[in-house]
Ligand binder design. Structure first.
Ligand code: ADP
Ligand code: ZN
Ligand code: ZN
Length: 751
């Protein structure tokens, strides 16, 4: 394709990424112009020469040819720090589909005018013993927050203010009160004028085990020999992965390199952050959602200026513009939050690998339950695999019981708790130990199953469950198949055929009924709407202010409660019945992690999994904590159905205020894909096209949603398809724009 036009953003100010202007590329510069290059262009009526960045290339003029000016020259600065950010945005746009402006906004931080940030520290003014005594006193007076700070200070004399505020959930008023009482001091210093040196010592170093050492050494050896790779550490929680990350980062810093550490926000606990602060001091910074735009911008400026060595944060931390990036770490690699839900719908894993390759950096991922993607790539040699099968310390794997809920019903038990679970909860209440009850609520979307035999109503063509619609139909959201909702079970004739809905609130009520003396805490989307309450509920449970914690998947992540010896999973198969090819994987991950919550402190743990499908492989392998077994079975299914990671899949979602328009555009786009398939199949390309169909949620805010899917072994083929569809849309938009299109590559869920 002859690219004769360039989109240039003049004076890229991060304040608001402006609209690009189109320029002609002079013949003699055709080799030198590509996204990211700084150029000089004539601008405005006076044709004053200005600097700008090339952000996109095209072979089509968006305006009458004679109105388009020529680029004057490549700027003497040519490639700058912004250039590589623009290149990343360009890659995101191409790889995942979005406009260039949206991609740029994803990558570039929003600039705000701000005062120099002040960095605060909290320092203990008394010795550890005196503080512990004061903490005891506070506890007697039920001043839990005060006690929490004082205890933390007995372990660590100096703590970053932000850590105490955010992770220990302490208010400024509490800190002021403690300061007045003479227990601590809050110090303020301007980060820039007076960077604090990290005081070594105090921290007790672990001596890495042989398996840990082997990983650290191999990663560094590859890096030093100019062959940085992508590594996957498969290790249960507690096997020592974080120590490995710390070991590699330390060496990277010694070489003058920087590290990006991705940790899902929900797993970013006080303990984990503290380990990073202790090891790397003030040259660590954390990005999370409670930072303001200004604070975020500030962190990024510090990173670009070489004032930081390590940045920790969720997905977006990936775009930190370090001058000498050496490593990207992705902890809990399987987490769904690594995939962006807005355009461009990028996955942090793939994006990290790309960014690392731009910098000659390496990528290290870790998980107890790796995603099918990562493990498949490790098995097929794209990533290097390390296995760390054992836990450090004394804790052992819990005993797991599977309870068949069909049997419970047969025995006349209509409670949400099986008899086994009921007995074990009772035991815990007597013993003064804690219980976590986990409700797998992801499959909420109205699947229909038989409570007598467990039969689930499924599409005959797609191996996914049908969704119940208000109009009395059962619908497949993959292929559009429909059937009439019947009253009795086609397998056993029972009249107990029903849509399954049970919320955490009902569970809480049932607990109050069946265990009136138990103190219950509930955590779900409703109770944690306020940002702080999430940490508050967890802190209260950790302080043993409740016997039972009921919650959704939020409660299974990352947190260690040593007094929890029983975990109950109330309806393990709810997530199996999503209309979704990842349902088995997600169920396995959730169950394995939920089970891992039991018995983390020296006491042995027990886990009860309640299910209607006790023979389902996701449940059986999770109960046995058998990742390999699960992987083998799941990959066979993905291979058979040509689902990711074996092939690639692109979802195309069309939304429109007019149902007929959405349907028509969707149909036309599918036509285009089929035409391309015809052309390519001469070369032996194999496409699968699924749809068009109405999306599972067919209307949101009066926007109608239509969807289709394209599968192909080769990701680049899907990009070609996307480019054709984008062109089609641009031509349509020249008329009236009454629809929007979203692309989702290797989607985390179906639409
Ligand atoms: P993971 O990240 O896999 O959950 P961690 O690195 O957090 O595992 O290790 C779990 C616990 O074991 C931590 O308390 C850690 O300090 C300790 N630990 C890890 N490696 C060692 C080691 N080589 N020697 C002693 N303790 C270790
Ligand atoms: Zn039945
Ligand atoms: Zn179907």
């Amino acid at each position: 394709m002859a690219e004769r036009y360039a989109d240039v953003i003049v004076d890229i100010s991060h304040e608001k990424v402006d609209r690009p202007f189109q320029y002609k590329i002079p013949q003699e510069l055709s080799e030198a112009i590509y996204p990211g290059v700084r150029v000089r262009v004539p601008f405005g009526n006076g044709n004053k020469e200005k600097a700008g960045y090339v952000v996109d290339l095209s072979d089509r003029a968006d305006y009458p040819e004679e109105k388009i000016k020529f680029i004057t020259a490549v700027d003497e600065k040519g490639i700058t720090a912004e250039s590589s950010q623009i290149q990343i945005a360009y890659w995101l746009k191409r790889q995942y589909g979005s406009t260039m402006i949206t991609a740029l906004k994803t990558v570039l931080p929003v600039k705000r005018t701000l005062k120099d940030l002040e960095k605060k520290k909290v320092t203990a003014c008394l010795g550890a013993e005196a503080l512990a005594e004061a903490a005891d006193q506070c506890e007697r007076k039920h001043q839990a927050a005060k006690a929490r700070v004082l205890r933390a200070l007995t372990e660590e004399e100096v703590l970053p203010y932000e850590l105490i505020r955010q992770k220990l959930n302490i208010s400024p008023a509490t800190l002021t009160a403690l300061e007045k009482q003479g227990y601590l001091r809050v110090d303020t210093e301007s980060v820039y004028r007076n960077p604090v040196k990290h005081v070594e010592g105090g921290e007790k170093r672990v001596c890495l085990g042989d398996d840990q050492k082997k990983i650290v050494e191999e990663v560094l050896r590859d890096y030093r020999s100019g062959n940085p790779r992508t590594y996957l550490i498969h290790g249960v929680t507690g096997s020592g992965k974080t120590e490995v990350y710390l070991g590699i980062i330390e060496e990277m810093i010694r070489m003058g390199k920087q590290a990006i550490v991705l940790i899902p926000e929900i797993a970013l606990t006080y303990q984990t952050l503290l380990r990073f602060y202790k090891r790397f001091g003030e040259r660590v910074s954390v990005i999370n959602s409670s930072l303001s735009q200004g604070e975020r911008y500030d962190q990024i400026r510090r990173a670009a200026a070489g004032e930081l060595d390590v940045i920790i944060g969720p997905r977006s931390a990936l775009f930190t513009p370090f001058p000498n990036l050496g490593i990207i770490i992705i902890d809990e690699e399987h987490e769904g939050s690594y995939k962006s839900e807005s355009m461009p719908k990028y996955h942090a894993r793939e994006t990290a690998v790309h960014i690392a390759s731009m910098h000659g950096a390496c990528v290290v991922m870790g998980s107890a339950t790796p995603s099918m993607e990562a493990y498949y790539r490790a098995k097929t040699g794209a990533y290097q695999l390390f296995e760390m099968p054992e836990r450090h310390g004394s804790s052992t794997l819990p005993s797991v019981y599977i309870v068949d809920l069909r049997e419970e019903l047969k025995q006349g038990n209509r409670s949400v708790f099986s008899r086994k679970l009921h007995d074990l909860i009772e035991q815990r209440l007597h013993a003064g130990e804690q219980t976590m009850l986990f409700l797998n609520r992801r499959g909420y979307a109205g699947f229909v199953s038989c409570r007598a035999c467990g039969h689930v109503m499924k599409c005959p063509h797609c191996d996914v469950s049908l969704s119940e619609h208000r109009n009395g139909m059962l619908v497949c959201h993959y292929c559009g198949y429909e059937e009439v909702r019947r009253a009795d079970c086609p397998e056993c004739g029972s009249r107990y055929l029903m849509g399954f809905r049970a919320g955490t609130e009902q569970i809480e009520e049932a607990l109050h009924r069946e265990f009136p003396a138990a103190r219950v805490l509930r955590m779900d989307g409703d109770t944690t709407r306020k940002k702080e309450s999430y940490e508050k509920i967890l802190a209260a449970f950790a302080d043993e202010k409740a016997d039972i914690l009921v919650g959704t998947q939020m409660i299974v992540k990352g947190h260690d409660f040593p007094n929890v010896t029983l975990v109950g999973i109330l309806a393990a198969d709810l997530s199996l019945n999503q209309n979704d090819y990842r349902a088995g994987e997600r169920t396995f991950q959730l169950l394995t992690q939920a089970a891992g919550r039991a018995g983390r402190g020296g006491k042995p743990g027990e886990v009860v999994i309640q299910t209607y499908q006790p023979d389902h492989y996701s449940i059986v392998y999770a109960a046995a904590q058998d990742y390999q077994g699960f992987y083998e079975e799941e990959i066979t299914y993905r291979e058979f159905m040509q689902y990711p990671p074996v092939a690639h899949m692109m979802a195309v979602l069309i939304t429109s205020g007019e149902q007929a328009v959405g349907k028509k555009i969707c149909g036309q786009m599918v036509e285009l894909v089929l035409r391309k398939r015809e052309q390519d199949d001469k070369e032996g390309g194999i496409y699968q096209v699924i749809g068009p169909a109405e999306a599972a949620i067919s209307r949101i805010s009066d926007q109608y949603r239509h969807v289709f899917y394209v599968k192909h072994k080769d990701y680049d083929k899907l990009i070609e398809v996307k480019d054709i569809l984008e062109l089609f849309c641009r031509e349509k938009e020249n008329g009236i724009k009454n629809f929007t299109v979203q692309y989702d590559f290797d989607p985390m869920n179906t639409y």
